[in-house]
Design a protein around this ligand. Sequence first.
Ligand code: ADP
Ligand code: MG
Length: 729
Amino acid sequence: MSTTLRFKMVEEAFDRKAAPVAIPAERPEQYYAELVFDRRKMFEYLPKDTYDELIDAITNKRPIDRRLADSVADGMKRWAIDNGARHYSHWFAPLTGGTAEKHDAFVEHDGKGGVVEEFSGKLLVQQEPDASSFPNGGIRNTFEARGYSAWDISSPAFILDQTLCIPTIFISYTGESLDYKTPLLKALNAVDKAATAVARYFDPEVKHVTSYLGWEQEYFLVDESLFSARPDLVMTGRTLMGHESPKNQQLEDHYFGAIPSRVEAFMLDLEIRCHRLGIPVKTRHNEVAPNQFELAPIYEETNLANDHNLLLMSVMNEVARRHNFRVLLHEKPFAGVNGSGKHNNWSLGTDRGAMLFSPGRTPQDNLQFITFIVNVMAAVHRHNALLKASIMSATNAHRLGANEAPPAIISIFTGSQLAEILDRLESSEGADLSDLKKKSDFSLGLSQIPDLMLDNTDRNRTSPFAFTGNRFEFRAVGSSANCASAMIVLNAAVAEQLAEFKKAVDKRMESGVSRTDALLAEIRELIRSCRPIHFDGNGYSDEWKEEAARRGLDCETSTPVMFDAYLSPSSIKMFDATGVLSKPELAARNEVKWEIYTKKIQIEARVLGDLALNHIIPVATRYQSMLVDNVVKLREIFGEKAGEMTSRDLETIEKLCRHCREIKNTVSEMVSARKVANAIESEREKAIAYHDNVVPAMETIRRHIDKLELMVDNEMWPLPKYRELLFIR
Ligand code: ADP
Ligand code: MG
């Protein structure tokens, strides 16, 4: 990239006008979910008995047989073709992150030299994608060579770019999961079962408990010209160098400012696309950092919500291109300004309409509320290390624990009102609670919760896991992550906890204790034992790190070491008890995590090395020669008198020399560290070597380059600077 090219790109980016958006003539209610094979379309395209059988299977989570599949496939194909589809694809979420598709046309030979468009139940229900290219952590070596994808009937098919996409799970032939959806569905089943059993203490008619997820997707936008002028953004999704812009987010003028018109056009286009695909996006706004934005939907059942988030991430990329933007989903594309997360708002609700984390009107309702809240707290306490592992990645590592939201320690924020209720419950031992229903028990405060909650305005932005009035908000999830990773652990951990709670309460009741007393006694014990997870203070403070360690919370900061939590005895036991993942599956998935970690750092290190040696050093050296030239000429002209005139230049020359030398030395050290790491056989040890020895070298190189950026002639600097990348006109 020559410098003139940099300026050309900047000019191009700054001159760009908002792209036109094709605004539909209809209102959203007319085109909402028009690209989804939902119940309305099923009813229209399927024979009546097929429709009834399919709905029954979906509702009661029953498998479908071949005859039914054939009939569904036929209707689905006709609907898809009526809506312009030419191909079909199983759509799944492999462990690499993102989504995978393999498209096949509907066409088959018709036996007369032509083709017909066919789609059978067999192709709908099961396929064998070429699985060898997806990571499996050795599962397929251990078990069986092939993998297959199978239709998840609980998630509706949709049309994306003339392709009928069928949401599927991806598993090995011997049943081990090779994706995120399979264990997610198992975790959701487990929490349904365990929470239903507990909810029946309060309402015997409850048949199912549903897990809900409302994600908030944060992202950055960068003009495509500037993006393409930054090889680091193109190849790693983040800037590996770049001095802070003199103005970034200090004034918070972006957060409160109007959305730039180019961005507004992009957002509108994206919303229309999302609504057509049945993704119920609702909220959009600027975020704290310049060029940073957020998009959030109305919450949905967790599996569907997660499919919608995965779909959104791919649609965003495509729509952004139409507006000459690139979306950066990386957790930390720019140093020095806020990173991006994906808050996971999570709750449980019964099929009888009760939201289990919402306080109710009666003491009995509130006993249910407290029961579920306390069990969540206990589960998060027991599995705090595992929950942290579930959201950790090479990219999220830049965000967590790095002096901004949230710290790399999992704790729960409850707010002062809930905290007070928990305190009161804990210390209420001996109170007569035998008739909670009639006597609104003021000493416990269970009757006062609704009023208290109404003014629950205290919010703590530094907490990774916060109670927000009717739900929990898991804020540590990374912006590029598949939410399923966090949702698998959270739902499974809560399922395990609720099942144990049920057992303990039943045992007390068997010995003659009333149900209310048995519940309260167990709740009290849980409140006591999970105290350490409760923290309402400032999560960024150094005191908290010390305090958390004293409380026995997991304080590990090395990403590859954090993954060990998946293989701790308590995790293996929990995943086994809930039937979500077996030990061999956990081991295999960890291999993939370590491998991905290594690859990400390896790519970044290579890109940084190249940029340092081929882009930055040559420019710095050229600038240095200019200065040297100047000094020599001044001496020629002024002789002795040139001393004072050249003293500053000489200092600069020395500094340039020093930074260049440090960069060259550290690049060479980094390359050696990589070679050593690459030779390590164990994926875990290799990832740790990359973390311990390669990452620090990258930080050193960056520091020196960023210093050079401030010294070298702006006209010569080859890469767009932060002040150019971060401000959309
Ligand atoms: P915030 O103030 O945190 O930005 P919002 O009102 O924007 O809160 O909501 C954030 C997300 O929380 C949205 O996706 C919303 O649908 C979701 N949400 C709201 N209530 C629930 C709930 N009970 N369960 C799960 N998600 C919820
Ligand atoms: Mg929020």
